[in-house]
Design a protein around this ligand. Structure first.
Ligand code: KG4
Ligand code: ZN
Length: 364
């Protein structure tokens, strides 16, 4: 089909989202609407996302998001060529809410339905925003994920490495909690770090002494906890400047680790001789300007194009799901087999599961 218009639905974590994306052959994609309803306030009192509360909120809000996405795009369901929905990985209650809604709409309207891996949504975003050609290197850094992937095709992703414990966003969130800063922790820690001295505390750079692209962030969080406790027992509390310096030291450690592991990922990626090398970063942590700047510098050193999609497309949204649905549909992929809601669903199914993947297999 020369023109494809897809409705995308996303509900794998704590954002209820719907979007309409249109692809016109020869002209590229256009995001016609993108509605994201976050749930930060609902979970604030609990210090993290509560799966049951998230699932209930998705069930209550998703159909409203779909209505708004269609209205914002100025379309009715008749104009939609297909429905794409995140069918994993994620919190199962939320994923099920989205999948059931998408199945209902697709069946009722007689439209094709495409199941999308949430991570593939993030990983294919640079093609939606900038038409990046395969193969490109991708760093996904969010509250739940951290991995280097070579995107080789719509359905072909090679994982070069990832975190063996916490994701960096999680580490930012826990750091904020330890220091009494609000959630989500990333922006709060970044704001403090901006006024802090990154050299006062030297936190560990985990796994830099080992080859490869795997990362680890849980030790860093523990080191921060120790430094905080030492200050508290020494002086009875933290000064404003202590907190800023702790944040700056922490952020510097995360930045150094991500930059060095990106250098290593480049060696592996560039060895395959891509025609026009590209690197893209996605996920909420990509919003961090110190991290972005460090990654950009690494790219410049290797002659690789650097790409960071706009923030609203870096964090969870449904435009990336609609786009991944279009990509899959155009490639003749998708269909019923993908439409089982899956809490765990690694993109690179051939890769050895990460340490800490859990009893039920690799999460992502
Ligand atoms: O991609 P995202 O919206 O959701 C998923 O985790 O899937 O990412 C959210 C994460 C949170 O952990 C948040 O603290 C982190 O991204 N984050 C940041 C910044 N903004 C958001 N981390 C560091 N610096 C930031 N400026
Ligand atoms: Zn995500």
């Amino acid at each position: 089909m020369a023109t494809l218009t897809f409705l995308g639905i996303e509900s794998s974590c704590d954002d209820s989202a719907a979007a309409v994306v249109r692809h016109v052959e020869g002209a590229g994609p256009e995001i016609m609407s993108s509605v994201v309803e976050g749930q930060t306030a609902l979970h604030a009192a609990f210090g993290g996302v509560v799966p049951e509360i998230a699932a209930r909120a998705h069930a209550e809000r998703l159909d409203g998001c779909v209505d708004r996405a269609l209205a914002d795009a100025g379309l009715t369901l008749d104009a939609i060529d297909g429905i794409a929905v995140t069918s994993g990985p994620g919190l199962i209650g939320g994923v099920l809410s989205g999948v059931m809604l998408a199945k209902g709409i697709a069946t009722g309207a007689g439209k094709p339905l495409v199941g999308v891996n949430h991570l593939a949504g993030h990983a294919l975003t640079p093609r939606l925003t900038d038409g990046l050609a395969f193969p490109y290197l991708m760093l996904l850094v969010s509250g739940g994920h951290c991995q280097f992937l070579v995107a080789e095709g719509v359905d072909r992703f090679r994982r070069l490495g990832g975190t063996i414990d916490d994701a960096p966003g999680e580490a930012f969130d826990k750091t904020a909690k330890l220091l009494g800063l609000p959630q989500p922790g990333g922006p709060a820690v970044e704001a403090e770090a901006r006024q802090g001295d990154p050299n006062r505390y030297h936190f560990p750079r985990p796994l830099l002494d080992r080859p490869g692209c795997d990362l680890s962030f849980s030790g860093l969080k523990t080191a921060l906890l120790r430094a905080r406790d030492a200050l508290v027992s020494e002086k009875g509390g933290l000064t404003v400047q202590d907190r800023r310096d702790l944040c700056a030291g922490f952020q510097r450690a995360v930045t150094d680790v991500l930059a060095e592991k990106t250098r290593r990922a480049f060696v592996e990626y560039l060895a395959s001789g891509p025609d026009s090398p590209g690197f893209a970063v996605a996920g909420g942590v990509a919003a961090n300007s110190a991290i972005r700047a460090a990654l950009e510098t690494v790219c410049a050193g290797h002659g690789v194009r650097f790409l960071a999609p706009p923030l609203r497309l870096c964090t969870d949204n449904a435009a990336m799901i609609a786009w991944a649905g279009i990509e899959r549909f155009r490639a003749g992929l998708g269909g019923a087999a993908d439409l089982v809601a899956r809490p765990r669903w690694p993109l690179d199914t051939g890769a050895v599961p990460m340490i800490g993947s859990g009893k039920k297999g690799a999460k992502a």
